[in-house]
Design a protein around this ligand. Sequence first.
Ligand code: ADE
Ligand code: ZN
Length: 340
Amino acid sequence: MTPTFAEKIAGAPKAELHIHIEGSLEPELIFKLAERNGVALAYSSIEALRAAYAFTDLQSFLDIYYAGASVLLNEDDFYDMTAAYVERALADGVVHTEIFFDPQTHTERGVPIETVVAGIERALAEGERRGLSSKLILCFLRHLSEDDALATYSAALPLFDTYAHRLIGVGLDSSERGHPPSKFERVFAQARERGLKLVAHAGEEGPPSYIYEALDLLLVDRIDHGVRSIEDPALVTRLADTRVALTVCPLSNLKLRVFDDMKRHTLKALLDRGVAVTINSDDPAYFGGYVNANYLAAVEALGVTDRDVYTLIRNSFEAAFVTPRELDAFIAKLDAYWKP
Ligand code: ADE
Ligand code: ZN
């Protein structure tokens, strides 16, 4: 039997470039780790926690997301969280993933950054042996000061050596409005000097000017979200011409009310204008699905075609931080599977 479009998408080899590992923490694991670590939660049950996932905007989500992450204390906790994501990624046909983590969420609770990275790394090394290639990107929390980001960067410096094969870049996340990329120019300049890859959330809730700042002041290699770029035609043309990729997360944008209806999502319009759009899950435990669910949501609401999906998946590999040799191997794998 020929597979349905949904089955074809589900089985396709793909890269995921925008996943916060703390956002993969499912309610069941939150409760398990809370019990294991003796951490008190503000919710009486898994169901009560899940019922609280009715977000009105980015900040309403972040408040719960940081509460969920409070159960992570020991290396095994970071390992368990990442191992669970590895299973989900493999099940969705992901062959390469670039994972964000938020060290400041943990260091401010007294968890050493070395503990965080060691646990994540152990699960990713296992994933690698099972066919999931992966990289790690350290994100600065933009609601905190740049001095805090600089201190975090300094503390992480030895890790960029120890885990050079995995830890390849820095990013910028958390509350966007009122915290423009320009606030982090100095720390991004240091990371750039070191040759690290650079990404930043911009144009999720924030205006197109934040995308310009990320491009012109931080000199990022990719923009996370960037869906509000559509408001500025010159910016769309620039993104298309330069092929600076957008890591778009449809279910996240719907849940956080960036768009009130998936039918109004700008992903297809950006793709049609030649922007290097990719599809990702952002915080899958909170937004109702892992990467394949995000592809399907776009297909169902936006009339994304067979050729569009091929392009989106191809974009995911072309925008990945991999060597030309690795890229060739990924594209060959995709082309052997998908004949548009
Ligand atoms: N941290 C986790 N998910 C995020 C998102 N969608 N935007 C900004 N920061 C985040
Ligand atoms: Zn994100």
